[in-house]
Write a protein that binds this ligand. Sequence first.
Ligand code: PLP
Length: 359
Amino acid sequence: MIYLDYQATTPLAPEAREEMLRWLDGPDGPGFANPHSSHRPGRAAAAAVEVAREQVASLLPPGGRVIFTGSATEAINLAIIGSGAKRLAVSAVEHAAVLDTARQVQRGPWVLPVGSDGVVDPAEPIPPATQLVAVMQVNNEIGTIQPVEALASAARSVGALFLCDAVQGAGKLEAPAGADMIALSAHKLYGPKGIGALWVRDGIALAPLIHGGGQEQGLRSGTLSPALCAGFGKAAEIAASRMEADAVHVETLWQAARARLARWTLNGSERQRWHGNLNLRLNGLDVARLMSDLRDIAFSAGSACASGSGRPSHVLTALGLGSDQAKSSVRLGFGRYTRQKDIEGACARIDAAAAAQGV
Ligand code: PLP
């Protein structure tokens, strides 16, 4: 199996797995203790959680705190609903975690459009009464990198908070500057599934969504999993130390893939993009047939979240693509553990399978 779906989830880094195992030990090992207990094993588990918090914070700007959550989706819900903002502006290409939460709060949030390159123009007007603006750092479907610093200052100029969904950028790019809140997910940066984080700038007050024991500074009650925290922390530490090496490797893979799929059209900007995301289209391509012909290559039709729904992706249609063009698109995602020979082989087979369809 060749895995080319790194935007859906990344493999667990072996170092993160190793770190997690220490906190899963039981019944004789100390690692299973509740980190909120005051006895010695509890304090050891709590210390591991705090180490992890620092490691995750190392990917984020100074001057804020890290709240662990069960996922980035939960972090985004906490940011949007917990801020109390009722008038929102979101980009047209946000993940459903932002779009659906914004629609829960406000029937028709203001939408910042993207150009045909998939990038929001920071000069786009934001209504003066807006209280919260949400724009992602890197798009999950097409990899475009948004000008978040300029958008954060545009939000500030109307007195709005700025939330950045950095799920696809964290550990790959420098942290988005100027944001008030930043959402992360461990499983997109080679950590475990089931844990995310919200970074909150100092001085910003949020109301909790989950009530109970008052963990996570009262913002997210519930017993933390030291194993998940430790795996997240280790993955963050490694991502920070390998950021450049990972980017160099991804660039080599990108060049190799682009060369083999030269006749395909790239969706979204080539330059303002994370190059571990290759979203391409070939007019007339039957993507379902392609996927069934190539069952030993794991890749995605459009977004992993939307695939299977039959609806064209809202991101691809926001670029101005027609429904047929959106439906003839595939997303290849690769990263740290992808081998060059695997991507070359997979791209050659994808191209040949498309050619066999007569496209
Ligand atoms: N935001 C983006 C850009 C994503 O790609 C995803 C996951 O696909 C999420 C949010 C949700 O992350 P999680 O799986 O941690 O809830």
